[in-house]
Design a protein around this ligand. Structure first.
Ligand SMILES: Nc1ncnc2c1ncn2[C@@H]1O[C@H](COP(=O)(O)OP(=O)(O)O)[C@@H](O)[C@H]1O
Ligand SMILES: [Mg+2]
Length: 366
C-alpha cells in the first residue's frame, strides 16, 4: 500500500473567530479519510504559539460549543523547511517531530484567512488548502473585494470607504445622500459579523463607527439591501464548480455574531434554497465569476442578497468558510452529492495540484 499523505490541520489562531475554528477543525478531523491521510493536528493559541499533540487531546470541553478550548500541549513547535522536507520542530530541543506533505488551514479571520498564514506556508514551501496569498488577502478586505467586483460588473451594495486618519473630515450628509438609511458599518477586514452595525440615524452613526474602527483602520459604510441571504459553495482550481444554493433565515435584526454562534435558534438554514431554476442558474454563474475575479482557488463560499424583484447582489466571499457540523459549505456540497469526507479529499488534492503546477515555474530552483 502506498504511503499515507500527512496532512497538518491548523486550528485556533490569533483571531476573533478562534473558537469557531476549533469547531470546524474537530469536524474536519472526524470526517477525513484515515485510510488515505494521516492527520497531524496543530493548535495555534491566541498569542500565536503552535502546539503538537501526537496522541494527546487537542481540544478541551469538546462537546460544549460555548466552552470548547484549545488544549495548550507542552510540545510547542514551529514549522520549517530544510530545503527538502517541511518539518515540525520541537522548540524545546530543536529536533524534528514529523514531516508534513500538505496543510489544511482550518482557520477563520485574521492571521488565518487573510493571506498571512498563506504567505508563511508558501515561504516554507508546502501545498495548502484554499486560495493562495492574493485571493485570501483580497477577499478579507471588503473594500478591495468590492472595488474589483464593481470593476467586473458584479453587482454589490453601494458603499463608502473611510480610513481612520481621515475620519475627522467626514461629513454624515454624504451617507444620507449617497446611500440613504439605514446603512451597515463594517470593519474592512473582519468576519463573523464582529464590529458590524446596522444604523438607522445620525445619532447611532458615530458610536458604530468608533466600534468598527476598533477592529480595523479602514471601514466601509454600505447601503442596506433588503433581501434574502443566499449562499453558494464553489470548489476547484481552473474549472471551479458551484454547489446547490442555501438560504440563511436569520431571526435577528441581521445575521449577527449572536445569531451565528450564541443563540441556538438565531437562524435557520434551508438547503436547497427555494428559488426558481433560472435564478439558481444566475446565482451559480455569478458565484463562479466572483471566484475567478477575486483570484480564488480551491474553495470559497460566495454570499448573496436576493431582492424580491429578482435583483442579485454579492455580499461577500469567504475563503475559509465554516466547517462546523452545521456549516453551510460542507452541507451545500453534501446536498450536491459530495460527502464531507470526499470534499476534504478533493480540497487536499486541489492543494497538491496547484503546488505541483507552481513548482514547475522558473522561480523555483529545486
Ligand atoms: N448591505 C447590507 N444589507 C443588508 N444586510 C447586510 C448588509 N451587509 C451585511 N448585512 C448583514 O450582516 C451580516 C454580516 O455581514 P457580512 O458583510 O457578511 O460580514 P461578515 O464578514 O462578518 O460575515 C450579513 O450576513 C447580513 O445579515
Ligand atoms: Mg458574512
Amino acid at each position: 500500500m502506498s504511503k499515507k499523505i500527512r496532512v497538518g490541520i491548523l486550528f485556533g489562531g490569533k483571531s476573533a473567530e478562534h473558537e469557531v475554528s476549533l469547531q470546524s477543525a474537530k469536524n474536519v478531523i472526524k470526517a477525513i479519510n484515515k485510510e488515505k491521510y494521516e492527520v497531524v493536528p496543530i493548535g495555534i493559541d491566541k498569542q500565536g504559539r503552535w502546539y503538537f499533540y501526537g496522541e494527546a487531546e487537542y481540544l478541551l470541553n469538546v462537546e460544549n460549543p460555548k466552552l470548547i478550548k484549545l488544549n495548550k500541549s507542552n510540545k510547542e513547535i514551529t514549522i520549517i523547511s530544510n530545503g527538502k522536507d517541511v518539518q515540525l520542530i520541537d522548540l524545546a530541543n530543536g529536533k524534528e517531530i514529523t514531516a508534513l506533505d500538505v496543510v489544511f488551514p482550518v482557520l477563520h479571520g485574521t492571521y488565518g484567512e487573510d493571506g498571512t498564514m498563506q504567505g508563511l506556508l508558501k515561504l516554507v514551501g508546502i501545498p495548502f488548502v484554499g486560495p493562495s496569498v492574493l485571493g485570501s488577502a483580497i477577499c478579507m478586505d471588503k473594500d478591495v473585494a468590492k472595488r474589483l467586483m464593481t470593476n467586473a460588473n458584479l453587482s454589490n451594495a453601494k458603499f463608502i470607504t473611510i480610513r481612520k486618519f481621515e475620519f475627522d473630515l467626514f461629513d454624515f450628509a454624504e451617507v444620507e445622500n449617497k446611500l440613504g438609511l439605514p446603512v451597515f458599518i463594517k470593519p474592512a477586514s473582519q468576519g463573523s459579523s464582529v464590529g458590524i452595525h446596522k444604523i438607522k440615524s445620525k445619532d447611532e452613526f458615530y458610536q458604530a463607527v468608533e466600534d468598527a474602527f476598533k477592529y480595523d483602520n479602514k471601514i466601509i459604510i454600505e447601503e442596506y439591501i433588503k433581501g434574502r441571504e443566499i449562499e453558494c459553495a464553489v470548489l476547484g482550481n481552473h474549472n471551479p464548480k458551484a454547489s446547490v444554493l442555501g438560504e440563511i433565515i436569520s431571526h435577528h435584526e441581521f445575521y449577527s455574531y449572536e445569531a451565528k454562534y450564541i443563540d441556538d435558534n438565531g437562524a435557520d438554514l434551508e438547503i436547497p434554497a427555494k428559488i426558481s431554476a433560472d435564478i439558481i442558474k444566475k446565482i451559480q454563474g455569478l458565484a463562479i465569476k466572483a471566484f475567478k475575479v477575486l483570484e480564488c482557488e480551491g474553495m470559497a463560499r460566495i454570499d448573496f442578497f436576493l431582492k424580491e424583484n429578482g435583483k442579485i447582489f454579492i455580499n461577500e466571499v469567504n475563503t475559509i468558510p465554516g466547517f462546523t457540523k452545521i456549516s453551510m459549505y460542507p452541507k451545500l456540497w453534501e446536498n450536491s452529492g459530495l460527502s464531507y469526507t470526499r470534499l476534504i479529499g478533493e480540497l487536499i488534492q486541489l492543494a497538491i495540484a496547484r503546488f505541483d503546477e507552481e513548482k514547475k515555474l522558473k522561480i523555483n530552483f529545486n
